[in-house]
Write a protein that binds this ligand. Structure first.
Ligand SMILES: Nc1nc2c(c(=O)[nH]1)N[C@H]1C(S)=C(S)[C@@H](COP(=O)(O)OP(=O)(O)OC[C@H]3O[C@@H](n4cnc5c(=O)[nH]c(N)nc54)[C@H](O)[C@@H]3O)O[C@H]1N2
Ligand SMILES: Nc1nc2c(c(=O)[nH]1)N[C@H]1C(S)=C(S)[C@@H](COP(=O)(O)OP(=O)(O)OC[C@H]3O[C@@H](n4cnc5c(=O)[nH]c(N)nc54)[C@H](O)[C@@H]3O)O[C@H]1N2
Ligand code: SF4
Ligand SMILES: [Mo]
Length: 849
């Protein structure tokens, strides 16, 4: 919306006073209004600058309206294919965080050495030079003492170049502890994929052409990713095309997504794997599998029969490996009736859904933290992903894809050339397993885990494998978002902490230094999208406004710190220069590959805010894989022999190698097939296998997708109710509670705002003597929290729903003291293989306060 009135301070306030009385009354947005009002008496200088939202990982392109150097509005960027000019509610609220009155306005140094929730850090403003020189000196001292590995870097929204700068910094400094937050996020689905099709990433999906979605706990209309695009795709699938796709939502609660879907399957918590197995069995016994992908019995027309084994020789697999072993060992007796007993979904419904799913093709089986955030989450996602192979959706039109990378130009500066002896030794020790990471990712216990973020507090406290001396935090709040964060409140008291947030988060309250980042519309950054569309997309954050306080882009700050470290590291970072240099360098890739919107270099990218290139170039069709040749999917991806002549002992020798483009590019497993018997898991060492099996109730099935009975904290101690803590549409991860616009409509579906609540089933509430609005205690084996009860008829009797977002004991005046944090009663359990934090696996009791 652009106001078509000549504005001056007086008539603007008049307009705003009428249109936004409520806004004014609550004091919302006053700084924004002031920003707009200032200087409007003079000629108005107005522009729209491209940026990318960061209230969630979706990466929607935005346009920031800047009037006389002040940001006054954020809208969706019509030139970014994820936003198409639209944003979700969180995107619009981004402006409020720019003007948050409690932002940290300059570097801060702690002067009170004691740390705790009630300790005033007694922060003192310091200059950037003083802060960075002191931190560099400490880092060098730790390094010279041979303890560089005790410095850890924890990160969350590591977008764009942030990832590579942190990676290089840790590598050159000499610590393996570059720890992302992906294990408290959604690693279960990624690692399930890695075990089956060889790609360590989320899937991308062809929603436009899909007819049937079977969704296991990915909240399409509330969370998941990319939320904004998913909302648009959902609408398109339902009303925007002649064939209306069916949406089936598997969720433990009657979520907005479940309400809006065609069918809701109220599965018992942690049993998604069993449901997907029941569906898989029906697909095979009814003869509904996709023969062009999976293959067939040698005897035409033969089907799988429940309870009867199949000889490996009787079946010829095509693009899969291990289907017959999967059948014989896992699915054979797993009837819909059995699946029904475990999941609570009637057998007839499972049979019908399976038949629909396999015949309404193209179909997609997907999901996210619902199925994943349980101790069996990785195996659940393996069974779910297996469904895509059974119905031939892998790389098919309307099916599942992988996300193509952006053709950025690579840097001529190689960090490997700047490793000094200390850095080399740390890398070698880590490789040889004589040095482990603090979270023990890549150890024999967690060979495939990217991170085990949630275990850092415990491992540090125990000093096992060692104690940390220093910790940097970038876009992550371990004192809040972790399960049982009390462990970090205690554990991190003796670590020297450097926080980069410009919000006074819980973690910031423990910081020894705060190096406040510029807000996202105050900085330049690239943002290649997370897996979702298949075709490559990268957004660009142009600097819409100069930092309004003494804040600096964290990426530049790390580069600056690197320079101050001296030695080879200093040399590297001096040559690297600054963040913008890096962006200019990668953008050279677009000169060779211009985007569909004409973006062909840095300037056009920064102006338009997005580079993207359609179509997705791989497709499975009629039993074969094809590549896009410029006109259509005409180039078959066939195995080919490549002959080379080499000189050996003075003689010419011919060597032949087989090139397998499907294996190289799409099915990246050892076999080059979609594996129902995972060679990744079978390839574990004996010790790794022994550890994994010791965690399983069905150790013999360790290499197969299967329903592994989940473990629930509190179950044995008699806590009767399951608890989940999902995301609301107005919830921006752990960093949205200070956005008043979001708080005002936080619980938009149940009519609650500015607080937390727990949802209870009406009969259960009556049984417990609890009425709507009562204050209740929610107690788990690790603690109890007082919160308001909301009676929700959509809630099953065995479940308590406790939305995530609130319970900050810091984070500025709007967030602090608002509601409660479910994490404070969530036990620290992790899924096997992926180390996905099992957020949904704690049981509780609820009683009146
Ligand atoms: N609005 C909003 N959107 C976001 C984010 C945000 O903060 N806010 N964050 C983004 C991030 S980082 C992520 S990782 C994604 C996560 O996206 P999702 O995985 O969609 O998010 P969640 O809300 O954690 O869980 C999804 C659903 O799982 C259900 N559930 C709980 N237990 C079970 C179970 O045992 N089985 C099944 N089938 N369902 C169950 C919950 O009721 C919930 O509806 O969202 C992204 N999008
Ligand atoms: N109970 C429960 N727990 C959950 C979840 C859940 O659904 N339920 N969801 C989980 C998921 S999916 C995720 S991804 C994690 C997220 O958990 P975290 O990784 O901890 O992310 P946030 O909680 O969003 O915290 C982000 C931090 O970034 C800081 N920050 C904000 N803006 C900036 C900036 O511009 N620059 C810098 N440098 N820092 C900034 C903020 O101060 C904040 O402290 O939480 C997980 N925890
Ligand atoms: S979906 Fe995520 S990135 Fe997109 S507008 Fe919403 S919060 Fe921002
Ligand atoms: Mo996440």
């Amino acid at each position: 919306m652009v106001l078509d009135v000549k504005l001056n301070r007086r008539n603007f306030l008049k307009i705003a006073g009428v249109a936004g009385a409520a806004t004014f009354g609550l004091g919302f947005g006053e700084p924004i209004i002031k920003a707009l009002a200032q200087g409007t008496d003079a000629a108005r200088d107005e522009k729209w600058v491209s940026s990318v939202c960061i209230q969630c990982p979706a990466g929607c392109g935005t346009k920031v309206r800047v009037v006389n150097g002040k940001a006054v509005k954020i809208e969706g960027n019509p030139d970014h294919p994820y936003s198409n000019g639209k944003l979700c509610p969180k995107g619009y609220a981004g402006l409020q965080l720019l003007y948050d009155v409690d932002r940290i306005k300059s570097p801060m140094k702690r002067t009170n050495p004691n740390k705790g929730q009630n300790e005033d850090p007694k922060f003192m403003e310091v200059s950037w030079d003083e802060a960075l020189n002191d931190i560099a000196a400490r880092l060098n001292q730790t390094r010279n003492e041979g303890k560089s590995h005790t410095v850890a870097f924890l990160s969350g929204r590591n977008q764009g170049r942030a990832g590579s700068v942190w990676t290089t910094f840790t590598k050159l400094y000499g610590t393996p502890n570059n720890i992302g937050h992906s294990s408290i996020c959604a690693d279960a689905s990624k690692k399930a994929r890695l075990c089956m099709d060889g790609t360590d990433d989320y899937c991308a999906y062809d929603w436009d052409n899909c007819n049937y979605v079977l969704n296991f706990g990915g909240a399409t209309l509330e969370a998941w990713r990319p939320t904004n695009l998913m909302l648009q795709k959902w609408a398109h699938m339902r009303r925007g095309r002649p064939v209306r796709a069916k949406q089936v939502m598997v969720d433990t609660r009657f979520s907005t997504t479940a309400i809006k879907a065609d069918e809701w399957l109220p599965v018992k918590p942690g049993t998604d794997g069993a449901l997907a197995m029941g569906i898989s069995q029906v697909i095979l016994t009814e003869g509904l599998w996709d023969r062009s992908f999976v293959g067939d019995f040698k005897t035409p027309g033969r089907k799988f029969i429940s309870g009867e084994t199949v000889a490996n020789d009787d079946f010829e697999e095509k693009w899969t490996l291990g289907l017959i072993d999967y059948w014989n060992n896992v699915l054979i007796n797993f009837t819909p009736a059995k699946a029904g007993e475990i999941t609570g979904i009637p057998a007839e419904q499972i049979i019908r859904i399976a038949k629909e799913f396999a015949t309404a093709k193209p179909s997609i089986a997907a999901g996210e933290r619902g199925a994943g955030a349980h101790t069996n989450g990785t195996y659940n996602h393996m069974v779910i992903h297996g469904l895509n192979a059974l119905v031939g959706s892998m790389f098919a039109q309307g099916g599942v894809m992988y996300q193509m990378g952006v053709p950025y130009a690579s840097s001529s500066l190689k960090d490997d050339d700047y490793l000094d002896d200390i850095a080399k030794k740390v890398a070698a020790d880590f490789k040889a397993h004589t040095l482990e990471r603090i979270d023990e990712a890549k150890s024999d216990e967690w060979p495939l885990a990217s991170n085990v973020y949630q275990n850092v507090p415990d491992n540090h406290a125990k000093g096992d494998p060692y104690k940390l001396s220093m910790m940097f935090t970038y876009y992550t709040n371990p004192l809040f978002s972790n399960p049982n964060p009390q462990r970090a409140w205690e554990g991190f008291k003796d670590v020297f902490m450097v926080e980069t947030s410009s919000y006074l988060s819980e973690t910031a309250l423990y910081a020894d230094y705060i190096l406040p980042d510029a807000y996202y519309i105050e900085r330049k950054q690239d943002m290649a999208v997370y897996a979702s569309s298949g075709y490559p997309v990268t957004g660009f954050r142009e600097q819409a406004v100069k930092p309004i306080y003494d804040n600096r882009d964290s990426i530049d700050v790390i580069i600056d710190l690197g320079k101050r470290m001296g030695g080879k590291m200093g040399e590297y970072f001096t040559l690297l220069g600054n963040h913008e240099n890096m962006l200019r360098e990668i953008a050279k890739g677009f000169e060779k590959t211009p985007g569909d919107n004409g973006v062909n270099g840095f300037d056009s990218w920064a102006e338009k805010g997005a580079w993207y290139k359609k179509p997705y170039i791989y497709r499975f069709s009629n039993g074969n894989f094809y590549e896009w040749d410029g006109a259509g999917y005409n180039k078959e991806m066939k195995k080919a022999e490549e002959e080379k002549e080499e000189m050996k002992d003075g003689k010419k020798v011919k060597t032949t190698t087989v090139k397998d483009p499907v294996k190289d590019k799409l099915l990246k497993t050892k076999s080059g097939k979609f594996e129902f018997r995972s060679s990744k898991l079978e390839g574990f060492t004996d010790k790794q296998k022994e550890i994994l099996k010791s965690e399983l109730k069905s150790p013999e099935l360790y290499a197969y997708p299967h329903y592994e009975e989940p473990h629930f904290a509190g179950k044995e101690e008699g806590f009767p109710l399951h608890m989940s803590s999902p995301k609301m549409i107005n919830h921006a991860e752990g960093r949205g509670a200070n956005a008043q616009w979001l708080q005002e409509r936080f619980g938009v579906v149940i009519g609650k705002a500015w607080t937390s609540w727990v949802e209870l089933n009406p009969d259960k509430a009556e049984e417990l003597g609890i009425k709507n609005g009562d204050e209740v205690w929610v107690e788990s084996p690790i603690g109890k929290i007082k919160v308001m009860a909301v009676i929700n008829p959509g809630n099953p009797p065995w479940l308590v729903v406790f939305p995530f977002e609130h319970g900050h004991w810091n984070y500025g005046k709007y967030a602090k003291g608002l509601g409660a944090n479910p994490n404070e009663i969530i036990a620290n359990l992790s899924a096997v293989i992926s180390a996905q934090s099992a957020t949904n696996a704690t049981m509780v009791k609820v009683y009146r306060a």
